[in-house]
Ligand binder design. Structure first.
Ligand SMILES: CC(C)(COP(=O)(O)OP(=O)(O)OC[C@H]1O[C@@H](n2cnc3c(N)ncnc32)[C@H](O)[C@@H]1OP(=O)(O)O)[C@@H](O)C(=O)NCCC(=O)NCCS
Length: 122
C-alpha cells in the first residue's frame, strides 16, 4: 500500500492472507516491492482478483499487466475456472484492454451504505 502511494492499514495483510488462494509480487533489482495483486478464492472454481497495485513512480510501464497475467496463470494452475474482477469505469482500459478481462454483467451491494431490497425491516 505504501509503495503505490496509499495509506496502509495496520494488520491488513495478516487479516487478508488466510483467505487468499495466492498473491503476486513484482520487485525491482534491489528487491523493492513495486507491484502486487491478491487472488481470493471460493474454495472451488471461482477466484477473485483484488488490490492490484503498482508503485506510483513506476506505473504505466507494464508492471500491472505482468502482475495480473501471473495471477491469471496462477489461478488457472490452481484449477480455477473463473477469475472475477470489478473496477471503476476509468480502469476499463487496464482490465479489459491490457489484461484481457471480458466485460460481463455483475451486481454489487454496498453493505455499509444502503439496505438492499429484501433486507429484513429493523
Ligand atoms: C491500476 C494499476 C495497478 C495499473 O498498473 P500499471 O503498472 O500502471 O499498469 P500497466 O503499465 O501494465 O498499464 C497497461 C495499460 O493499462 C491501461 N492503464 C493502466 N493504468 C491505467 C489507469 N490508471 N487508467 C486508465 N488506463 C490505465 C493503459 O492502457 C496502459 O497502457 P499505456 O500505459 O500504454 O497507456 C495502477 O495504476 C495502480 O496501482 N493504481 C492505483 C491502485 C488501483 O487503483 N488499483 C486497482 C484497483 S484496487
Amino acid at each position: 500500500m505504501r509503495s503505490h502511494g496509499g495509506v496502509p492499514s495496520a494488520g491488513w495483510w495478516d487479516r487478508i492472507r488466510p483467505h487468499s488462494l495466492g498473491w503476486v509480487t513484482a520487485r525491482d533489482a534491489d528487491g523493492l516491492l513495486v507491484g502486487f495483486a491478491n487472488v481470493a478464492w471460493d474454495g472451488d472454481d471461482h477466484a477473485f482478483l483484488l488490490d492490484p497495485k503498482t508503485r506510483g513512480a513506476l506505473q504505466r510501464r507494464g508492471i500491472g499487466t505482468a502482475v495480473v497475467a501471473a495471477a491469471v496463470a496462477g489461478a488457472r494452475t490452481a484449477g480455477c475456472e473463473w477469475l472475477h474482477v470489478d473496477f471503476v469505469d476509468d480502469l476499463a482500459p487496464f482490465y479489459l484492454g491490457a489484461c484481457g478481462f471480458t466485460k460481463t454483467a455483475a451486481g454489487l451491494v454496498h453493505l455499509r451504505q444502503a439496505a438492499a431490497p429484501g433486507d429484513p425491516q429493523r
